[in-house]
Write a protein that binds this ligand. Sequence first.
Ligand SMILES: [Zn+2]
Length: 285
Amino acid sequence: MSWQIHILANGRFSIRFRTQWGGDLLPSMENIPSSIFLAYSASGLVLVDTGFDPEDVGGHGSFAAQKRTESLEELLKSLGLVPEDVGDVIMTHLHWDHTAGMRLFPHARFHVQADAFRAFLCLKPNEETYYRPQHWLPLLDRMVLIEGDKEIVPGIRVRRTGGHCAGHQVVLVETEEGTLALAGDLPFDYSGLWSSLPADFWEDYRRCKGEKTGWSDEQWKRLRAFMKKNKLMDAPCGTREVSFSRLRRGCARILLTHDPGPFILTVKSGNSRPDSGKGSRRMLP
Ligand SMILES: [Zn+2]
């Protein structure tokens, strides 16, 4: 089965590590492009990730730029689709900039690594702010939990990588020119943020912008009940298994969620080298 890919440009955002008094504790991450991917073939559609909410980019001074035409609803409409057409959504991971559109899909199954949930048992305190449980807690009954590598449909499979966060997975798509990897945020490393910024910065970060980045007791309770029901609390998270450089060796082409690129591109040729990443670990969302 041969698939093609639409790259759906979802807008850009800038993140600042600013205190409530206005000082920047780290250099900001400016104008980060963000994409959603839609794989299509004669046999169907598979969406990979669902983008971010431009009204909810955490931190003082952080902001997003998303044109109306860059919202997920409008991007689908531009392809002649409605959310009801989408039956399978693969989540590379559950960070806030990938989950905002999950609520749009009334019939979809969400394919997520079980480790993406186990990760909630061992988050560093600042890592709570990387998630918006309100995006997906109402959808828990449609989560398809994956342990490791799995074929989702013929020609599309996921590979658990870990790395960017526990339970991160990449999507390997068979195209006419070879295997294309939709690699999410695999090369980007957040692990230094907790030690780079003081704990009171993160306390303030949670509270700013209407406390959207804080978890309520009710949300934790609901999540724990889901994890208990699915026996996710009985085993630890998997360790890192696949590096970005190792992934690159096996693929004709790699697309990252935050690659700069054209708004919509139909990938017909898969033999070009990826133009970003370079195998290094960088810090980006
Ligand atoms: Zn991201």
